[in-house]
Design a protein around this ligand. Structure first.
Ligand code: TRP
Length: 332
């Protein structure tokens, strides 16, 4: 399906705030978020309600939320073009979530991948985690979102959102547009230092703004095979090369591919290249981040204004939803 259908496109996406954002987040989501803000009205929110399913430490949740905002602004998010705000600054979201709970079969949530994973691991998930996709549906639909740029792992959540929107519309009357996921498959998975998908929960991530010393330590730990230095190496089987591909120009990539295939080029060399490329790639953003950290009032202003805009849209949505569903407001 064409991601840019004619008519009104509203871009909506959630930003995780359960820890420092890593390069998997960057190539899987942040980069697209920032690119899309130029084309359409957009709502990007830091999903602190969602984070609460796992982060239950006030100082940590607060710090991670602000860190996500600073990261987006440093990487080029333009608050004059689109809205950046904190999810919980639109508490009306909880009202829509409740209504959606009542439209969602338990059996659908039992099929949730994140939920099933926990159960398989023998953990006992909390209700928040079980209901996570329903809150996500409310997130998207309350702003009339039509296009949701996300990593490939979110496909199921967007399916559930479409399902809920359809069920609402069938039962109560046309209200919600049916959103589409916008997934860039080519960059959907970034390997972590152990070769599995980069994820905070696997403890294999490389942070976007990791300082040189920490970055070097991290990259040195990237798993490689034991091919000796002199021997030819297989670039397409190597984790270091997979990361290099994200940062290198096509020419540089071709040059390093040759070096791998020729032999005499070690993983240590490749790692040194990778570190230099990463520092270079995120250099300007790192500088902007330093400036932003000195001016947190500005960051707060951005979030406040974003939330103000979002609340106007959410208010209008909920007024109509209450009418359609027969919920009454007897005040005001
Ligand atoms: N679940 C998403 C993730 O893990 C984050 C998210 C929450 C989201 N609400 C959203 C994404 C709404 C898109 C739209 O990445």
């Amino acid at each position: 399906m064409a991601p840019f259908a004619p008519g009104k496109t509203v871009v909506v996406s959630g930003i995780q705030s359960s820890g420092a954002l890593h390069i998997g987040n960057y190539f899987g989501a942040i980069r697209q978020h920032i690119a899309l803000q130029h084309a359409h009205p957009s709502y990007y929110f830091i999903v602190n309600y969602h984070a609460m399913t796992t982060v239950q430490d006030a100082a940590q949740l607060h710090a991670h939320t602000l860190d996500a905002a600073v990261t987006y602004l440093a990487l080029g998010f333009d608050p004059d073009r689109s809205n950046l705000f904190v999810q919980s600054d639109v508490p009306l979201l909880n009202e829509l979530t409740w209504i959606f709970f009542c439209l969602t079969p338990v059996s659908h949530l039992e099929k949730g991948v994140a939920y099933k994973d926990k159960v398989v691991q023998g953990l006992s998930p909390n209700c928040g985690l079980f209901n996570y996709p329903v809150l996500q549906a409310a997130d998207i639909l309350i702003y009339g979102g039509t296009l949701v740029p996300v990593g490939a792992d979110q496909r199921q959540h967007i399916e559930m959102t479409r399902d809920i929107a359809q069920r609402f519309n069938n039962r109560f009357g046309e209200h919600f547009p049916i959103p589409s996921a916008y997934i860039l498959d080519s960059v959907a998975t970034v390997p972590g230092i152990d070769g599995r998908k980069m994820s905070k929960s696997y403890n294999n991530a490389i942070g976007i703004f990791e300082e040189k010393a920490a970055l070097t330590r991290r990259v040195k730990r990237i798993k490689t095979d034991s091919t000796p230095l002199e021997a030819p190496k297989k670039p397409d089987k190597d984790n270091v090369f997979a990361l290099i591909k994200l940062f290198a120009t096509p020419e540089k990539q071709a040059e390093l591919r040759e070096a791998y295939l020729a032999g005499g080029y070690g993983y240590g060399h490749a790692k040194a290249e990778l570190i230099a490329m990463m520092l270079d790639y995120f250099g300007p953003a790192r500088e902007r981040r330093r400036e932003l950290l000195k001016d947190m009032d500005y960051v707060h202003d951005v979030l406040r204004q974003g939330a103000r805009n979002a609340r106007v849209v959410a208010d209008a949505c909920m007024e109509r939803v209450r009418k359609l569903t027969g919920l009454m407001t007897t005040y005001g």
